[in-house]
Design a protein around this ligand. Structure first.
Ligand code: FEO
Length: 183
């Protein structure tokens, strides 16, 4: 008896997204290593912690494919892009990457809607919320960098930002979770 509950197209899209999340982890690992080499230990820790989050996203999709009776295809992961030019550019690249990932997630949701695969549609809603948080995290970092002077930020300003990020979890509060008591 065939217990596979995923269509060929959905399984293919989910497998591709699983690899995309692994690729995201590689990006954060790569930028984190670059930041450490440039002397920004706080930014580096922040990016390394985020790399672990991306691996968790990958596992979530892998588990979902298996739970729905689909086949997981673990493939090679593309190499991350070039190193950033500076810390401001680092978060510009992070933001661009997250927007790109959001588009890929929306495409899967669109496909699941068209196929009336409500299980996948429902599963992917978690990623919609996560992407809002991740884009927000990158926007907050870009704002901080802009206030510090963007590409011309002083060493002192960058030192302060780097120190702040040492223990920052990168968790941005979603608008949905805000109340008047806890803005
Ligand atoms: Fe898994 Fe940064 O999205």
């Amino acid at each position: 008896m065939n217990t596979n509950r995923l269509s060929k197209e959905i399984a293919k899209a989910l497998n591709a997204q699983m690899t995309k999340e692994a690729y995201a982890a590689q990006i954060y690992l790569s930028y984190g290593s670059w930041a450490e080499s440039e002397g920004f230990g706080g930014i580096s820790n922040f990016l390394f912690r985020h790399a672990a989050e991306e691996r968790n996203h990958m596992m979530k999709i892998l588990e979902y494919i298996l739970k729905r009776g689909g086949r997981v295809h673990v493939t090679s992961i593309p190499a991350p892009p070039e190193n950033p030019k500076n810390t401001f550019n680092c978060f510009e690249k992070v933001f661009a990457h997250e927007v790109d990932n959001t588009k890929a997630i929306y495409a899967i949701i669109k496909l699941s809607f068209e196929e009336e695969d409500w299980a996948t549609w429902n599963f992917m809603q978690w990623f919609v919320k996560e992407q809002i948080e991740e884009e927000t995290m990158a926007m907050i970092m870009l704002d901080k960098m802009k206030i510090a002077g963007g590409e011309k930020a002083s060493d002192e300003a960058l030192y302060t930002i780097d120190k702040d990020l040492e223990h920052d979890t990168g968790e941005a509060k979603s608008a949905e979770d805000v109340t008047t008591e806890k803005p």
